[in-house]
Design a protein around this ligand. Structure first.
Ligand code: KG4
Ligand code: ZN
Length: 345
């Protein structure tokens, strides 16, 4: 039984993975979104304090739900970099204390590896075997990266964003047109209501040959200037004008979503073409909650007879289950940490 703890950003999460049954048997989280919303983003100091307040009860609840006592644990996994230092430290110290008390392995797990292998989780928490090699796109509020995955626990980053993450394009654009963090779900809702109309035809970033890179900061700036040109935003304050009606908000949302869909699909098609041995594609991270993007990417895979997998929605945004799953791999392969391990190792 592996206990995993995740506190890299604004979610205090824990999960228990049963190594014999190969499944998550309990998972629980507290999201700070409502608390952080008023600041328009995540304030690191508030995040750390909230983790401190919640971690004890989240872990206790997760163990209780699993029906086990802490002395039945065989290892403790915890998120290491990347993340907010103060937030990571809370989970790290708590996990170390449990590992030290019970004299069991302490396993730091890279947060991004957690996202990459969340594709191997079924909705009910059981392990899902995928074909290899395959391509994985991690798209979240902090990261947008492409990986060539050659086995469970084995991967190589083959591309990433040069600036903003895809989730940031949703969050920042939503903010620009008057919505609070997180912007992704709101953009999806408005875009759906607008029937995914590409009204403004925002610029698709040009991919450079030989490199699998994304860029989303240019898109965000292009949207700002386009809105200003049309009189919907006051450029001096970046605040909406009275001309920014509900219909304009919908037009922005659907144009943005279709644009991101085009960017992702184009990249997927290109990588499949250049790496024909890829068996399929996995879509993970918070942005993978988006139904429109899932459907488009799934259709692109089907057309090329490649498999499509997405992390279950509850395991797409930050969660303890993905950390537990990777922790199980690291434990099995002897890649464990020590009491001297650091969050940024
Ligand atoms: O993985 P995650 O919880 O946190 C990071 O590690 O960053 O991802 C959060 C990101 C936010 O940018 C949020 O706007 C985006 O995921 N997101 C979505 C949707 N739900 C969450 N983006 C597009 N469509 C969604 N339905
Ligand atoms: Zn994350």
């Amino acid at each position: 039984m592996i206990l995993a703890i995740e506190t890299s950003c604004d979610e205090t999460a824990a999960a228990v993975y049963d190594t014999k049954a190969q499944r998550i048997i309990s998972h629980h989280l507290f999201s700070q979104i409502d608390m952080q919303r008023i600041y328009g983003g995540v304030v690191p100091e508030i995040a750390s304090r909230s983790h401190l307040e919640k971690i004890q009860s989240i872990v206790a609840h997760t163990l209780q739900q699993a029906g086990i006592e802490s002395n039945e644990l065989t290892a403790v996994a915890v998120t290491s970099k990347p993340g907010l230092a103060g937030a990571l430290l809370v989970g790290f110290s708590f996990a170390k204390a449990i590992a030290w008390t019970h004299n069991i392995p302490f396993i730091p797990v890279n947060h991004l590896d957690g996202h990459v292998f969340s594709s191997h989780l079924e909705d009910d928490g059981s392990f899902r075997q995928l074909l290899y090699p395959h391509l994985t796109l991690t798209a979240s509020g902090g990261h947008t990266s492409l990986y060539r995955v050659t086995g469970f626990g084995q991967h190589e980053e083959i591309g990433h964003t040069l600036d903003d993450a895809a989730g940031e394009a949703f969050d920042k654009t939503a903010r620009l047109i008057g919505f609070v963090y997180p912007g992704g779900p709101k953009i999806e809702k408005l875009a759906t209501e607008n029937n995914f109309a590409d009204v403004f035809k925002y610029p698709r970033n040009k991919t450079k040959p030989g490199k699998y890179t994304f860029s989303f900061s240019g898109l965000k700036t292009a949207i700002l200037y386009d809105l200003a040109k049309r009189g919907y935003i006051d450029l001096a304050t970046s605040k909406p004008t009275e001309k920014l009606t509900a219909q304009v908000q919908k037009n922005v949302a659907s144009s943005l979503l279709v644009c991101v869909g085009d960017i992702f699909e184009k990249m997927l098609v290109r990588v499949f073409k250049e790496q024909p041995d890829l068996q399929g594609f996995a879509f993970v991270g918070g942005v993978a909650c988006n139904e429109y993007l899932r459907k488009r990417l799934a259709a692109a895979c089907k057309k090329r007879t490649k498999f499509f997998a997405a992390s279950p929605k509850k395991f797409s945004t930050d969660n303890g289950a993905m950390i537990a799953l990777v922790g199980s791999y690291l434990l099995k392969t002897g890649q464990v940490g020590t009491m001297e391990s650091d969050i940024f190792e």
